[in-house]
Design a protein around this ligand. Structure first.
Ligand code: F0G
Length: 496
């Protein structure tokens, strides 16, 4: 498979001369990419996106092997959208005393974009972009030409008040989650309400948009199931070939079904996620396919929108804690970066602390944290939560920075704790897939240890939908109870 079928020249990183895509790239794309630089998270080396007026070949790592981070100065849209007051634009110098005013202008911009009709209309791309919980924040994510954007749209997910004090009379069934966690003011942000049922859609809309901008015809990822489902959907929408590498026997049924149904080339490999990840990096490099794991820094940029949306739902008052499950560490990196940027732009006045929760059997980040990040060793991963069954997370360096700068913590929870927490979330009527329940299990542990205080305001992220995995941690026997259609039989069932 070469340039004709994938759109990108093979051999990136192999040092074989000119690897540029032959596809014509529009002036709008060149302008957008000119504003972006990639910086190595390990050695700080810089890589431009454009050289000699042409896009550079896709790059996912520094020459030193470190992962890359997107650097871009957010441009306030003074030309494209009405700004009420000229002074406001001048106040967008975010240095020194001007910082709070700049924050106010950004807050107003983003709030105006949600003030429109709640039902998006495909007849208007602008409405669609403002409705997307990712592209609403486009100046902070990717300055893509509007024509290139591939969006379902995504985001706008529920933020459920589930604390003992804040759950409200109409949600009394949700209170049991707060009781289980031991928190007065607790919220669950349900990213399983995204178009393909997981938070991955937020990164994928940006990743596939970048693939579109670069003229890629094929995109690929390794996955424990959710990234692949998301990639398959967005690639299909963009008319690209989707190729997904899955650890055979370790992907929940709903996720595998999605990849197949959306028409991706689904390759199951002998080996675990970490082996699939190594393979896909090699495949993309050699065959010129655009890589869409969170190794790709633009995926991380999209997932930042989870953080922005939470802050907006809180009317830009940052919570005390953000807690989430951690596997490949892309999401920890993304949400941490969002809070850092929101703080730098004065959208918020303090950064929430971040708690990343790992499964005990897939805990390299936890082990490293426990040693003050002095050492890092990969593990052979084992856990019932297949989504986070990852032993060698790609975004370790990015996530480590997030934990350090947010005064955060990394916790581990057992499979039993994950399943118990999942049952609590499911029975409350909210539901989630097993990996997501690590959030609640982790919160409960951190409250019990006194690290999270009972009266602190905490947001937990539920990363995937209940329907992704219809087996793990769900009573299977109920589906077998068939009764005759009589009142008596019903009485017996209800009495038992
Ligand atoms: N929760 C769910 C439901 C996931 O699918 C994943 C990752 C995570 C949490 C962990 O997020 O990797 O950013 O630390 N799933 C990836 C996948 C690995 O392939 O779908 P992370």
């Amino acid at each position: 498979m070469g340039i004709n079928s994938t759109g990108l020249r093979p051999g990136q990183g192999s040092g074989e001369g000119d690897h540029r895509s032959g596809a014509a790239i529009s002036a709008g794309v060149v302008e957008a990419l000119s504003a972006i630089t990639l910086r190595c998270v390990v050695c700080s080396a810089l890589y431009p996106m454009i050289e000699g007026g042409q896009p550079c070949p896709p790059r996912y790592r520094c020459d030193c092997g470190g992962v890359l981070d997107v650097e871009m100065k957010p441009q306030f849209p003074e030309q494209r959208e009405p700004v009420r007051d000229r002074d406001e634009v001048e106040l967008l110098d975010i240095s020194g005393d001007n910082a709070p005013a700049a924050g106010a202008a950004w807050r107003q911009l983003f709030d105006e974009r949600v003030a429109g009709p709640p039902i998006w209309s495909i007849s208007s791309d602008r409405l669609l972009l403002n409705y997307s919980g990712v592209w609403r924040y486009r100046e902070l994510i990717l300055p893509a030409p509007e024509r290139s954007i591939v969006s379902r749209p995504e985001g706008n997910t529920g933020l459920y008040p589930v604390g003992i004090e804040n759950c409200g009379d109409g949600r009394i069934g949700h209170r049991q989650i707060g009781v289980y966690a031991g928190l007065e003011r607790f919220f669950l942000k349900h990213e399983g309400e995204n178009p393909t049922g997981s938070f991955k859609d937020r990164g994928m809309t940006v990743g596939v948009t970048m693939a579109q901008m670069l003229g890629a015809k094929a995109v690929a990822c390794a996955s424990t199931g959710n990234t692949s489902a998301s990639l398959a959907s967005y690639a299909a929408q963009a008319g690209m070939r989707g190729i997904v590498f899955l650890p055979a026997g370790n992907v929940a049924g709903g996720k595998l079904a999605q990849s197949l149904a959306y028409g991706a080339t689904t390759v199951q490999i002998e080996g675990d996620f970490d082996a699939a990840m190594r393979l896909v990096e090699q495949v993309c490099d050699e065959l010129g396919i655009y890589l869409l794991n969170s190794l790709n820094p633009f995926r991380v940029e999209g997932q930042k929108a989870i953080g922005f949306e939470i802050l907006q739902q809180f009317d830009w008052q940052a919570p005390d804690w953000l807690v989430l499950p951690a596997g490949n560490l892309g999401n920890t990196s993304a949400i941490g970066k969002a809070f850092r940027q929101a703080y730098q732009l004065s959208l918020i006045s303090h950064m929430p602390r971040i708690a990343a929760i790992q499964a005990e059997g897939a805990n390299p980040f936890y082990r490293s944290f426990a040693q003050g990040f002095a050492r890092y060793e990969s593990v052979h991963a084992r856990t019932v939560a297949s989504a986070i069954k990852i032993g060698n997370p790609v975004s370790y360096e990015r996530a480590r920075r997030v934990i350090e700068e947010s005064d955060g913590v990394v916790e581990q929870v057992s499979d039993e704790e994950i399943l118990a927490a999942k049952a609590v979330i499911d029975r409350a009527g909210i539901g989630c897939e097993p990996a997501s329940a690590a959030t609640l299990a982790g919160v409960r542990r951190l409250v019990a240890r006194g690290i999270i205080k009972r009266d602190e305001q905490v947001v937990g992220v539920l990363t995937g939908n209940l329907l992704k995995d219809g087996k793990t941690g769900i009573p299977q026997e109920a589906s077998g109870s068939v009764i005759p259609p009589t009142l008596d039989a019903v009485r017996k069932v209800l009495a038992s």
